[in-house]
Unconditional design. Structure first.
Length: 583
């Protein structure tokens, strides 16, 4: 019999495929199952009807838990109200970032019986045991870890067990992804630690304290599990503080190098704090050598005064230096974000951010990808509590007009709402213009790295931009189909079929103009014939035989063969040719 239902309600305005996977719920579900509590995960839009369908089939109602964020709280409240009206004896618990900091209102307004205000595994198991034991009465709730509840009309709290031994997270089993709805399943995410000691004034995580970590062995075990079970070759480490402990970073990298071959069976993503990278100069290279393909660094602003208000405890110079370190190490993607229209923002400070973004893009061309978001005044953050200090107006405190970070819920007092929206559009327009400027001179190695990363599942903003180019799009698609990018001596020319990636009909005379790359390519008669024959219909041997009959009289067949191979391989290095293997 189902004893626990865990719910992540989404709504159509959210990219539900992107936000549907919630690793925290899966941790709780797996732990509950390991303790003998049958658990059902309900994910997606219209979850209330699915919950009702399950409840109507059960004689005894299970505990129902909701993941609550700033974006789904309206849906959660509607669902809770509906369920409580239908099932008077149903117990509901809320958790997640929004519930953790808004527990009093949620309880006093009777949306739930309980709120989990910290890690959920122990809280849920202890609560289930309590609810199962008829001898327990309400005041035993004060013995339950991280629990908030109502007693005599007041919000009360259970225990906070912060003093657990190191690596206590290892007592929780590896999340069992078979429990998750396949439509929302994500098989690359790993959380190696929880919590964040930073106090960024705009962030939920600034309301937490200590870092709790898995052991390096446990991290490796989960990586190996994902590889063997799901053939995962791209891992996303979700930690906010992955680089905070340099010794642990190096240990994880060594463990990866001992068990994986970077860029053969593994690449990975992690967030990196620029001050950590600058403090430990060898860290960037170590991570990249171990397969770090994408790093996210939090730039937030190009104005130092605003950075200080955000309590980032970094400098503009560190952001630049960290970008240089990652670039020099050979990383394929650096993602960074800027908050637009936020704390004490003016037109001038916006331009500071835009100029820094462009500078970073030119420090590492084809690697740095810049995005912007709007300021979201999350409950519990210092910005939400003291807007006057930060020079902002909170105009939509409940985020009713859109999804977090993507619309205007707060703005600088010195800007209008339309000013901020215009800055967001201008930012992306300028970033795209910069990409267009950079692209013609972008090295082939950088382009190849982006395409190679996409084959692992990492589709960066640069990759998406590059594959707007029809030639690179076709080249990338051919590689996804296991086409070869080089012809080597060990291949059978009868079974290899060269295929061009560009439209031959666009050739004028013997010239092809690659507009996006702003390059003019001239094909002498032999090379033009070879490109015509590289239609994907003829084998290498057939092409050589045809071309030799017309152009090969002055050379031996073997010499001519190698000239053709060299031409095709040279063209392949310029993304103009791929090789299809027959059989």
């Amino acid at each position: 019999m189902i004893k626990l239902i865990l719910v992540n309600p989404l709504y159509d305005a959210i990219n539900s495929k992107e936000r549907g996977f919630q690793l925290g719920l899966l941790y709780i579900a797996t732990f509950a199952e390991s303790k003998g509590y049958k658990t059902k995960l309900v994910i997606g839009e219209n979850t209330t009807s699915n919950i009702i369908r399950i409840l109507d089939e059960l004689e005894v109602p299970p505990l129902v838990g909701f993941y609550v964020s700033a974006d789904n709280i309206n849906e959660v409240e509607r669902s809770c109200s509906s369920l409580r009206n239908l099932y008077s004896n149903l117990k509901i618990i809320l958790g997640g970032p929004q519930a953790r900091v808004d527990e009093k209102r949620l309880l006093l307004e009777n949306f739930a019986d309980f709120v989990c205000i910290g890690d959920g595994e122990d809280c849920i198991i202890e609560l289930l045991a309590n609810l199962d034991n008829v001898k327990y009465i309400t005041n035993h709730y004060n013995e339950i870890t991280n629990l908030a509840y109502i007693k005599n009309g007041e919000v009360c709290y259970g225990l906070k067990k912060e003093g657990k031994k190191a690596n206590h997270l290892d007592t929780y089993p590896i999340p069992d992804r078979s429990l998750y709805d396949y439509n929302y399943l994500e098989t690359s995410s790993i959380s190696t630690s929880r919590g964040c000691p930073s106090k960024c004034t705009f962030c939920y995580e600034g309301t937490t304290n200590k870092i709790k970590s898995h052991s390096v062995k446990r991290v490796l075990d989960e990586m190996l599990y994902l590889r063997s079970t799901y053939r995962t070759s791209y891992i996303s480490f979700l930690d906010d503080t992955f680089t905070s402990n340099k010794n642990r970073v190096f240990e994880i990298c060594d463990s990866i190098l001992d068990n994986f071959t970077p860029w053969s069976d593994l690449i990975w993503y992690a967030e990196a704090k620029v001050s950590d990278l600058c403090r430990t100069k060898g860290m960037a290279k170590k991570m990249v050598d171990a397969g770090l393909a994408r790093a996210q660094i939090g730039s937030e602003s190009g104005n130092q005064n605003i950075l200080d208000y955000y309590k980032k405890f970094i400098t503009i110079e560190q952001t630049i230096e960290a970008t240089e370190l990652l670039h020099d190490a050979g990383i394929s993607s650096i993602f960074t974000n800027f908050i637009i229209g936020g704390v004490h923002e003016t037109r001038e400070t916006f331009l500071d951010s835009l100029n820094l973004a462009k500078k970073l893009m030119n420090i590492s061309p084809g690697v740095v990808e810049c995005a912007c978001t709007f300021l979201s005044p999350y409950i519990g953050t210092d910005i939400r509590n003291r807007p006057e200090h930060y020079g902002i107006d909170i105009i939509d405190p409940d985020f009713k007009t859109g999804s977090s970070d993507s619309y205007i819920f707060a703005k600088s007092k010195q800007l209008s709402k339309s000013d901020v929206l215009g800055m967001g559009k201008e930012f992306y327009s300028e970033i795209r213009s910069e990409m267009l400027k950079i692209y013609p001179s972008l090295s082939n190695d950088v382009i190849k790295k982006q395409i190679e990363a996409a084959n692992f599942g990492l589709t960066s903003n640069w990759y998406q931009f590059l594959t707007e180019d029809r030639i690179l799009y076709k080249y990338s698609e051919f590689l996804k189909s296991s086409y070869l990018t080089i012809y080597s001596d060990d291949l059978d020319p009868v079974k290899i079929l060269p295929i061009r990636t560009f439209d031959l009909e666009l050739i004028s005379g013997n010239e092809y103009f690659w507009a996006r790359r702003q390059r003019k390519i001239t094909f002498p008669p032999l090379e033009l014939l070879l490109m015509e024959l590289a239609s994907g219909k003829l084998s290498m041997k057939e092409i050589v035989d045809i071309a030799y009959s017309e152009f090969g009289r002055s050379k031996s067949l073997s010499e001519f063969f190698y000239d053709v191979i060299n031409f095709f391989n040279s063209s392949a290095s310029e993304f103009l040719i791929c090789y299809r293997r027959f059989c």
